[in-house]
Design a protein. Sequence first.
Length: 95
Amino acid sequence: MQKAVLLRLTARFAWLLPAAGLAVILRGFWLGQVPVERDWLRFEMPVKRFIADALAAGHLPTWWPYDGLGVPFLSSPNVTFFHPTTFLFWVLPFT
């Protein structure tokens, strides 16, 4: 009997968890904090510009000198140097 009641309550309120997750994700949009503005303009844009400038100068950017005393650049998973879209930043004009 208790198991049937528990299953009924679980089924009745199962939508709460996805709704709460969606509310947390959309909170940034409601407050005007669009992820493109935060992530793209503050991290991705300078990294892609650094890659484009280094490749235009004719060398691979193996070291990122702007973080502390420097960190390895190509081996960082956040950089996405070998992602196919990174090639577009080298080929197309960067503004």
